[in-house]
Design a protein around this ligand. Sequence first.
Ligand code: PMV
Length: 335
Amino acid sequence: MHSVAEAHPNIALVKYWGKRDARLNLPFRGSIAVTVAPLRARTAVTVHRSLDADQVLLHGSPADARFAGRVQAFLDLVREQAGRDERAVVETESDIPMAAGLAGSSAGFAALALAATRAYGLDPGEDALSRLARRGSGSACRSIHGGFVEWKPGKEPGGSDSLAIPLEPPDHWDIAIVIAVVNDGRKQISSREAMARTVGTSPLYPAWLRRVDIDLPLVRRAIRDRDLRLMGPVIERNCLAMFATMWTADPPILYWQHGTVEVMEAVRRLRARGVGAWFTIDAGPNVKVLCEGADRERVRGALSRVPGVRSTLTCRVGGAARRIPGEGMAVSGAG
Ligand code: PMV
């Protein structure tokens, strides 16, 4: 009746951008991501027989209606699977700024999937958990696993074959992910809405799908061979192609800010000085920079000196989502 779980966010190297089924979060194409620690979301779910409605708390206070609504809809899916109808209290704590393009929903829904299934007496395997997390937020299906992860798009209309599989464990490759925070405020347009508008209106959308078909096998190979010089240019062009579809949507979607471009220029300067660093950006203004673990301090130092950068977070490859024994809810800050 009570369960606590935590999960790390994941950052896509080949992006998920566009759904063939919006209700089931089924993508047109696969995607590949890396799970990042120490950032994490921790969620406790307590099922109560006496409650009339679900209660959703974020950092100890009632969550806004949008967030609470998404959590309640997700609990309905879990209740349906469990054949139960009691309401629950959901408490979430996260050290990831919400809706800032920092993949907070990937960690949040992966942790919720794990905690809620257990609290309602289910014990799904990893595949079923990944399929379920996908219903909360597409990218959450990848945060069930640690390390390097691929989301297989699947072909079935009901989504039974659309789930994430692990490619390599966290200790396979010591890379660092330095996040340059340009703005951690809430974005104006959700990735859900941006994806739908792009698919519906951008003349570049078909070109994006071709880009992904070319980039997926290259990034798979780069991960297998720990080849950052192969992977780096591919992840940059993949993310820029995704943004090209947004700029050409109607009306256009612009997530970048001044600082976003400044960080991209700083990454190019690092490369000109011989440091292997490449960027990727999600649906927001913040930039994630990948480098070999040995270069993390040099990269972090360079990014923290960029005028538009408010803070930097240095991350490593993280582990799988996991249940936390006991009641603990404290979430420590990221280093
Ligand atoms: O899972 P969502 O609906 O928040 O979408 C994530 C979209 C991107 O972060 C831009 C790309 C990705 O693959 O994570």
